[in-house]
Design a protein around this ligand. Structure first.
Ligand code: PAF
Length: 284
């Protein structure tokens, strides 16, 4: 695996791949790699060309009160994971490479509407930070394919919208969430949970599945389903932020004849905020 920390370094290598007519697949990460990231890399490998991974903990997507400084940084272990997965190129930029003018003066990219609902309500800075860094990474790497996990469902939808709106020449692919045996979605933030919190955390996925079952049975009183789900979460010892039934493609409110849903949820366990979702098709 080649490790590069400069934009020119990445460009040179990707130019070589392109001259050989290879399909370049790209997996952006913030490190602390787990089996969820490995699933993204395995998907990238399926395109039979070089796989580029970036590792950059992006300060722009964290608010002042969030966990930028404590976000788990496990570079040596991450490098070993990437070597083992036979990744071709690791882009490991420092902050001054990504934001040479400083965070304040960086040109920002913002997806309206989609970026300000659901996660965007509680984390108003978040999607602008994500789309700004992903835009810059896309321009640096210039991959054919970019792979994202569907655990961050709204992020995946927002990035697809950005790519569409800005006519970016990259195909965005989503990969299903990888879970622990008890259903908890893998996330770097799971490491913040105490043993007691870890025991109750799978209630989020169970609750989302309960809502999904109701939708499959044809229940269409969405507000009531969401309300009951939040009550179930509270009973299980989680503090719900939201449970929301949305249209899968654009996260808009579904009408009564909807058949393609995603049920999204966010909860607090102490200071830790977990998100998850379940896709549902109720077509008969
Ligand atoms: O999902 C993540 O890990 C991050 O939001 C991403 C896409 C790498 C941007 O920093």
């Amino acid at each position: 695996m080649i490790v590069v920390d400069s934009i020119e370094g990445v460009r040179q290598l990707v130019r070589t791949y392109r001259n050989q007519d290879q399909t370049v697949a790209f997996v952006p990460t913030m490190g602390n790699l787990h089996r969820g990231h490995v699933a993204l890399i395995k998907k990238a490998k399926k395109y039979n060309g070089p796989v580029v991974v970036s590792l950059f903990v992006n300060p722009l997507q964290f608010a002042e009160n969030e966990d930028f400084s404590t976000y788990p940084r496990t570079l040596e272990r991450d490098r070993a994971v990437l070597e083992e997965q036979d990744v071709d190129l690791l882009f490991l930029p420092e902050q001054r490479v990504m934001y040479p003018r400083g965070l304040q003066h960086q040109t920002k990219v913002e997806v309206p509407d989609l970026g300000s609902i659901l996660e965007g309500v509680t984390r108003p800075h978040f999607f602008q930070g994500v789309t700004t860094v992903v835009n810059r990474l896309f321009n640096i790497v210039q991959a054919d394919i970019a792979i994202f996990g569907k655990k961050d469902y709204q992020q995946w939808v927002v990035i697809r919208r950005m790519v569409e709106d800005l006519a970016m020449p990259v195909e965005v692919v989503g990969v299903n969430t990888v879970r622990e045996q008890d259903g908890l979605a893998l996330s770097s933030r799971n490491s913040y949970l105490t043993a007691d919190q870890r025991r109750v955390a799978p209630a989020l996925y169970r609750t989302l599945q309960g809502v999904a079952d109701s939708l499959r049975r044809g229940e269409a009183n969405y507000a009531q389903l969401e309300e009951h789900a939040c009550a179930d979460l509270s009973d299980s010892g989680l503090r719900p932020d939201y449970i929301s039934i949305r249209h899968r493609r654009d996260l808009m409110m579904p009408d009564k004849n909807e058949t393609e849903y995603v049920v999204l949820g966010a909860v607090y366990l102490g200071q830790t905020r977990l998100i998850d979702n379940v896709e549902v098709s109720s077509r008969v």
